[in-house]
Write a protein that binds this ligand. Structure first.
Ligand SMILES: Nc1ncnc2c1ncn2[C@@H]1O[C@H](COP(=O)(O)OP(=O)(O)O)[C@@H](O)[C@H]1O
Ligand SMILES: [Mg+2]
Length: 259
């Protein structure tokens, strides 16, 4: 992780307030912070992205009021991309981590590594992604949160509280969060394990930990009109083509019902 440089110090981030209605085409109009400058960690804008009202509001409230937001829903419904696309439009650096069962505590926190210093091999602590993100204006997204290993989940529990500090025992260091550090998670289940039989490999989430997520929002398949709108925008469809898309979406809906 030593290649990732600090983004911005607390004093050097420049922010302008923008309207959610104008920026995301929402009905609800709230003022939200937008960074003046984009960094290399800001996701690319997908100009055809269609924002779902309640999911976008949940993410925006998380960003504005420093709340931890958990998005749950079926696969491919736009959970991860919603967070990414909201961040993209606000120039908010956003890092996604797939919390699979191989992600370990030292991947997140850091480890002692042998490095070269003045042509000598020395052992030095190298910070993992968590301390780095924690001290920067970064939205950290844990995807597939319900696939994470229980011991790893407890590492995250420390920073779920908004003012929670991160203690690096290995280094006897206590870190404070950057005022614009934010935390998100996405998952297919609500922390009760796989009740549907289609999400093999997911774990139950400790309820004490689940409770620490301030906002839990659900995002399942969008309604027909939205789906037609998304596909039409993606392929710049003519009115004739829109009719074909509409029948494809209707067919898809029929199949989803059977599924
Ligand atoms: N509202 C949307 N507008 C445009 N594209 C979307 C939307 N929702 C999902 N997609 C597209 O569908 C794909 C799957 O979305 P993703 O966010 O990865 O789903 P999830 O994280 O819920 O499994 C992505 O390529 C994404 O760009
Ligand atoms: Mg995802």
């Amino acid at each position: 992780m030593n290649k990732i440089e600090p983004l911005k110090t607390k004093d050097s981030v420049q922010i302008t307030e923008v309207s959610s209605k104008e920026t995301f085409g929402l009905q609800t109009d709230i003022k939200i912070p937008k960074f003046n400058d984009a960094s290399e960690y800001c996701p690319k804008i997908d100009t055809n992205y269609v924002f779902d009202e309640s999911t976008t509001i949940a993410i925006l409230l998380g960003l504005k009021f420093n709340k931890r937001v958990f998005l749950q829903g079926l696969h491919g419904t736009g959970k991860s991309s919603h967070i990414e696309q909201v961040c993209a439009r606000l120039n908010w650096p956003c890092i996604r981590i797939n919390l699979d069962s191989h992600v370990s505590r030292i991947d997140l926190i850091g480890k002692d590594a042998i490095v070269l210093k003045d042509n000598k091999q020395v052992t030095e602590f190298q910070e993992g992604i968590l301390p780095w993100a924690f001290q920067n204006n970064v939205s950290l997204v844990f995807d597939e949160y319900d696939a994470g290993r229980p011991d790893v989940m407890f590492v995250i529990q420390r920073i779920l509280e908004a003012e929670g500090k991160l203690t690096l025992l290995d280094q006897s260091k206590v870190l404070s969060p950057h005022p614009y550090f934010r935390l998100f998670a996405t998952a297919n289940t609500v922390g009760l394990g796989d009740t549907s039989g289609i999400y093999h490999g997911t774990n139950q989430i400790n309820q004490g930990q689940m409770d620490r997520w301030n906002i839990v929002a659900k995002l399942n398949y969008l309604d027909e009109e939205k789906e037609i709108e998304i596909i039409s925008k993606k392929v710049s469809a003519s009115s004739e083509e829109k009719k074909i898309i509409a029948s494809m979406v209707q067919n898809g809906k029929f199949n989803k019902k059977r599924f």
